[in-house]
Design a protein around this ligand. Sequence first.
Ligand code: GDP
Length: 683
Amino acid sequence: MKASSFRPEDLRNIVLLGHGGAGKTTLVEAMLLKTGAITRLGSVETESTTSDHEPEAKAHHHSTSSSILFTTHEGAEINIIDTPGHPEFVGSALAVLPAVETALVVVNASTGVEFNTRRLFHAAGEAGLARMVVVNKLDLAPPRLPNLLAELSASLGSRLLPINLPTAGLHDVVDCFEQETGAVAFGSVKDAHRALVEAVVEVDDAELEKYLSGEKLTADALRSTFVRAMKLGHVVPVLFTSAKTGAGIADLLHVVVKDAPSPVSGRTRRLSKNGELVELACDERAPLLAHVFKVTADPHLGQVAMLRILQGALGPTTPFIAASDQKARKAGHLMKIEGRDHPELETVAFAGDIVALGRTEELHVDQVLHAPEVKDTWVMPASKYPTPMLSLAVSNKSKADDVKVGQALARLAEEDPTFSYTHDPVTHELVLSGLGDVHLKVMLERLQNRSRVAVVSKAPTIPYRETIGTIAEGHYRHRKQTGGAGQFAEVFLRVEPLPRGAGFEFKSEVFGGSIPGQFIPSVEKGVHDALERGVLAGFPVFDVRVVVTDGKTHSVDSKDIAFRTAAKWAVRDALPRARPALLEPVVNLEVTAPEEYMGAVTGEMKGIRGRILGMEALPGGLSVVRALAPLAELRDFAGTLRGVTGGHGTFTVELAQYEPVPQHTHNKLVDARAAHRVLDDAP
Ligand code: GDP
């Protein structure tokens, strides 16, 4: 199939967000069916949807990464991004927000708002997206339906107003925007229309005045003011659908085309240009700028990079430069994205569009591609993601497979911003980190599928830290005479504790050139060397300021390496007197389980030194409990939770803070270190 391209004002880019099971994937199918992009409704049960095409998504029966599709309707092209709803895959949902203007937050009519939905709703608001709420599964006729709007407004904390209401049989919807009467299952079209008008005029003084003086708004004025109110987050329209029966799908599509902002009228985009934030207009005549927001692996096309064109136009032969290198290249394979298929685009794609490039091994997520004539440096502001804190140490049997595993891991980390891996230099473990046990399980499956290497996993060593409790001074005089040239440097310094989370600071208070300026960077390097391994148990030292105060130099024998060595040992001299302490990572632990297991769950949380922060009942008989807990105690938590909830509990873990370890842990760690003491004496 050949895809054609649309002008910026005729594009609509939308993302579907919401808790798993709300019906996002099925809703995408229904939209594709209604617009004729497909001829048969695929189903999640038979693994035949256009959007869930990854083997891991099929195996787990829910999406594990975002999926992009497009269709055309009423003269517009709609790019649709379906995202995973499971909280552990929230990274894939957050990562695509820069590509779109509008978020459809999908809610299951029978269960109401679930907690991940609330988080995504707010994330979309913070990203400046226009938001609409889609209440799906209308056909299930849940008894809570009439009260759902009030429930949604309360839990999402926004002004939610229906712009359509279901008919009595729930087979269709009545528009409340243009219509003022109609027979509906609950509420009234008249009231809904009035509520909309009253809320909408609040964002426009002229229209408000007219309204208050009894004048009726024209349909056009109402529509344009509504779009503005939605963009400001002043009102959030609610629509009803059934992805199964197709009820409300036509109206949803109509509203998306008519009212969802285009790339031209949507949120203001800010990018850093040569280090300064500037606003970018979606101008198709400007030189090309495109943002790589996602990369995936394709069996035939190699690495595929998904781009949002920010300005200008991109055709198969348009030259561009990736920000990090200066080599101009051409797209070659310029494609649209249709789940696993990539129809070739033979014309140009304009600003605002979402397209893919094949065979792009060298492109990375968050790169900004630009036209060769653009000489400025453009950088996309970094998005915020939860820090992955649940880890597994993995190893492969044969050393020969190291390269394959390494390459697959690099790809996976690029594809998912909440997945990371490190090679621990102290423990020599390859440590994978994710947001929860399902997330890690899926990543492990992907690692084996992609690399075709079998790996084994075990709990990793905990990333403890060291810090100091008070100010202390240190000194070291380094002198070495080996045959010809000698080494000489002397450093005096002070270590000072910083507030928790502050990290590291380096300062020089050296006066009168007692350490010549050119050696100060070497002193800082030496300080870093020392802080890599603390004096208590060999963990890295954080939350300290090191101030170099004085020193001595020798006109011939002073060199960089001498100052680096002297600074390192001066720090090691100071640390033992600075009340060194061990810190452990403490995480925000969030457990979701059916209500009846909550007693057992909170019991287990207390058993692992958890401090319960709060509990909340969720719709659908689920509860969520949040606690702070030391990461070290979570080693067996996945198994424990499965045990006490009969497999119905899930949890997420995010780094909260570092805190001092209890005395017995302190002793254990110091003893373990003493047992494998590497000789750490000064040269
Ligand atoms: P997602 O996790 O939000 O993508 O939700 P899915 O599209 O995977 O749907 C979850 C389940 O709900 C599947 O079993 C769907 O068949 C079902 N489902 C989706 N939409 C509807 C609907 O409108 N009505 C009914 N009865 N079931 C639906």
